[in-house]
Every structure is written in structure tokens, then in C-alpha cells.
Design a protein around this ligand. Structure first.
Ligand code: AMP
Length: 396
């Protein structure tokens, strides 16, 4: 079962409903602080316009939970999109209804239409059929170019596809899936996965799956301390999910059986409290003081991890090595950014916090690919099918 991409479809003169993810970060004044997600879908929009299609863009923003919230209007996105496309962007007051249909009936391909925040309707997150039907009335062809939301069964991602005969994916989706496949399905080896961050519970299942495919695994961030505790170390007050100690054991066993090299920190930066002003010191993992917590990997670990990356041909990375938001605990993550960026491997960085770290370190351009998806990227790592992708299968 395969999916069709926008360039496989006849879209000339058609009304195209393109689901995008314009859920960009805004500052207190409502200014966009990072427009990567908007730039990411420009190739799809340009292609559609070149082919003479009428482009209708739909996105969510934030979590308004079915209520209109002016602060979560897509208006700032419409302005930025207009500037990037050098084209007029007509923003509708709602995403469904007679007024929207009238605007679309009258439209031509000299401008694009951006629908107001889908999540102003509760039906969006509930995958509601009636809401999906209303959305589908607006167009002839459905395109999903919102990888970052494709792990969610929402109306504009899943239910809506039932009401279109022709559905496909955009170029951003294509890029995301292709890079992921290059890394995980047929990778140049050694393939190394670097997994960090705090969400131990949800990344352990990613680890269980990843272990079947990789040659080496490097574990940093809070997650490492669940493994170190499983190995019998006293990790003080470091973040540990005790209920997952058994799973951690099983993962270590499974790595051993498969001859996957499993790297854990050998030293760390410990703090007397979770605070940027905390007292800190560097200790080996054997000597974490009882009342202290480890908030970053230490310098010996950075050297060890760099050594493990030396011969890598493919690197896939998700999750920071420490609490990089605080200067005192950011060294480990930034050192890893530099090692990954300067490696000779195909480097794929999962979204969320990891790309923030790469961006802050000024190394974005040195990575082969930075995914726009956080949760969707993890679901792929877990080997879970994405509902938004499944819905497109056999819908040419
Ligand atoms: P995740 O969303 O799972 O990728 O987690 C990212 C978060 O993990 C970041 O906000 C980091 O501050 C946090 N983090 C990384 N290492 C640690 C650690 N050793 N202790 C507590 N939090 C951590």
C-alpha cells in the first residue's frame, strides 16, 4: 500500500485542501519567533500554484480546546506567509461555513486562502466526521503536508480523507519519510542512535524498537539514570522512573543479545537542586552524592560518546543530553551537537527540544536533516504507523 504525492496527482485548476502545520512559536507580543514550519511547506504551495491549483491551507495553532481564542489566531502566520510567498494570503474568519465557502467559490490562483485555526472547533481534535465533512466541502483534492501532526487522529488529518476521492501527501512529508527510511530501513552502517531527554516512559518503547535496527545506542539525558540505576548505581536524586527499571534491564539484555553497543554516561554534572543557580560539580556516575541530582553528562562522557560516533555512517538523534535550557547544564548537549554536526555521517535530528539545541548552537546547516515532528518522529522511532499516513494509503 503506497501513498501518492502531490506531484503524482492531477491538480490543475482544482481546489486543493492542504493540511499544514503552522503551529509556530509566538512571543508575548504575538510575533513569530521561528518560521521553519512555514518555510518547510513552501515547495508544496509553490508546486500547487505552478500547476494552476487553488490553494486552501488549513492548520491548528496551540490548544484552544474548541473555543475561539484571538491569541491563537493564525493571522500572524498569514502575514509571514504572504511575505515568504510574495503573494496575497486571504485569511478567513473561520475554517468552515457559508462565508468560507463563498470566499473559496470566488477565488482564483492569484492568491492563497488560509483558514482560521482548526482547533477553534472541538470536532478537530475529536476526529469528528461532521466537522471533517464540512472541511471536505471546501475542496476537490486533499493533501497532507503536516508530518508533525500526522501521529494524531484529528479530523483534518484522518476523518477528512474519507470525504475525498483523491488524497496525497506534500513534499515536506515526502522529505520526512524519505530521510527516516534512509536512516532506519536501509542505512549506511554503522548506524548510531542517540537518545536523550526526560520523557523516559515514552522513549523506552522507542529504544526497544530502535535496538533491533542500530549498531550502537548512546543514551544521555535523564533517561540514562534509569539505566544506571538498573545496573546498580546509586544515582542520588537524579530523575529515575523506578517502575521502568525492569524494562531497562530487558533493553540492556536485548542489546547484548543483538551485539548492539550500548553507551551510558560515565560522569555527570550534578547539582544540589534543580535550579540554574544551584551549586554544581562534576562526578563519576559511581560517586553521585546522595542528595544531589545529575543534570548533564560530564566531560569524560562527551569524549566517550564522541569516540563512539567516530566511525558512524548514519546518526539519528532525539533528546538533549542534559537540562540544556540552563547554562550550567548545557555543555553536554552542545558538545554533542558539535560532534554530530562535524561527523561524516548522514545526520537526522528529531524535532522538539533537540532541534532547539541544534539551532541555539548555530549548527542547523551542518545536519543532513532536521525533522519538523517531535511526537510524530518518536512514533516512527517506536515503529508505530502514523494515522495521518495510513489514511492516505490507497487514496490516489
Ligand atoms: P524530551 O521532551 O523527552 O526530549 O525531554 C527534553 C527535556 O529533558 C529538556 O527540557 C531537558 O531539560 C530535560 N532533561 C534532559 N536531561 C535531564 C536530566 N538529567 N534531568 C532532568 N531533566 C533533563
Amino acid at each position: 500500500m503506497s501513498i501518492k504525492y502531490i506531484n503524482d496527482l492531477d491538480i490543475s485548476g482544482k481546489r486543493l485542501f492542504i493540511r499544514v502545520d503552522f503551529n509556530v512559536p509566538l512571543d508575548e507580543m504575538g510575533n513569530i519567533t521561528d518560521d521553519t514550519r512555514i518555510r518547510g511547506v513552501l515547495p508544496t504551495i509553490d508546486h500547487a500554484l505552478d500547476e494552476g491549483a487553488k490553494v486552501i491551507l488549513a492548520s491548528h495553532m496551540g490548544r484552544p480546546k474548541g473555543k475561539v481564542d484571538k491569541k491563537l489566531s493564525l493571522e500572524p502566520v498569514a502575514r509571514r506567509l504572504g511575505r515568504l510567498l510574495k503573494k496575497d494570503v486571504v485569511m478567513t474568519k473561520d475554517c468552515i461555513g457559508d462565508e468560507v465557502e463563498k470566499i473559496i467559490d470566488d477565488m482564483n490562483s492569484n492568491y492563497v486562502v488560509l483558514l482560521e485555526n482548526l482547533r477553534f472547533h472541538i470536532g478537530e481534535e475529536e476526529n469528528d466526521e461532521n466537522f471533517a465533512k464540512e472541511l471536505a466541502r471546501l475542496a476537490d483534492v486533499y493533501i497532507n503536508d503536516a508530518f508533525a501532526i500526522s501521529h494524531r487522529s484529528h479530523a483534518s488529518v484522518v476523518a477528512v480523507t474519507r470525504f475525498f476521492d483523491v488524497c496525497g501527501a506534500g513534499f515536506l512529508m515526502k522529505k520526512e519519510l524519505n530521510y527516516f527510511a534512509r536512516a532506519m530501513e536501509n542505512p549506511a552502517r554503522p548506524l548510531v542512535a542517540i537518545i536523550g531527554g526526560a520523557k523516559v516512559s515514552n522513549k523506552l518503547s522507542a529504544l526497544e524498537n530502535v535496538i533491533k535496527k542500530v549498531d550502537k545506542i548512546i543514551v544521555g539525558g535523564a533517561m540514562a539514570f534509569t539505566f544506571l540505576k538498573a545496573l546498580g548505581y546509586d544515582v542520588g536524586k537524579s530523575l529515575v522512573e523506578d517502575t521502568l527499571i525492569d524494562t531497562a534491564h530487558k533493553i540492556l539484555e536485548s542489546a547484548k543479545e543483538r551485539n548492539v553497543k550500548f553507551y551510558l554516561p560515565v560522569d555527570c554534572v550534578v547539582a544540589d537542586k534543580f535550579d540554574s543557580e544551584a551549586e554544581t560539580k562534576i562526578t563519576t556516575v559511581q560517586e553521585i552524592p546522595k542528595d544531589w541530582m545529575a543534570l548533564d553528562i560530564g566531560p569524560a562522557t562527551t569524549t566517550l560518546f564522541a569516540q563512539a560516533l567516530q566511525d558512524a555512517k548514519t546518526i539519528i538523534w532525539n533528546g538533549p543530553m542534559g537540562v540544556f535550557e540552563m547554562d550550567a547544564f548545557s555543555r553536554g548537549t552542545f558538545a554533542m551537537v558539535s560532534h554530530v554536526a562535524n561527523s561524516y555521517a548522514l545526520t537526522i535530528v528529531g524535532g522538539g527540544d533537540t532541534d532547539v539545541a541544534v539551532n541555539e548552537a548555530g549548527e542547523l546547516s551542518k545536519m543532513s536533516y532536521i525533522s519538523t515532528g517531535g511526537g510524530a518522529f518518536i512514533d516512527l522511532l517506536e515503529g508505530r504507523p502514523l494515522p495521518g499516513i495510513e489514511a492516505l494509503k490507497n487514496k490516489g
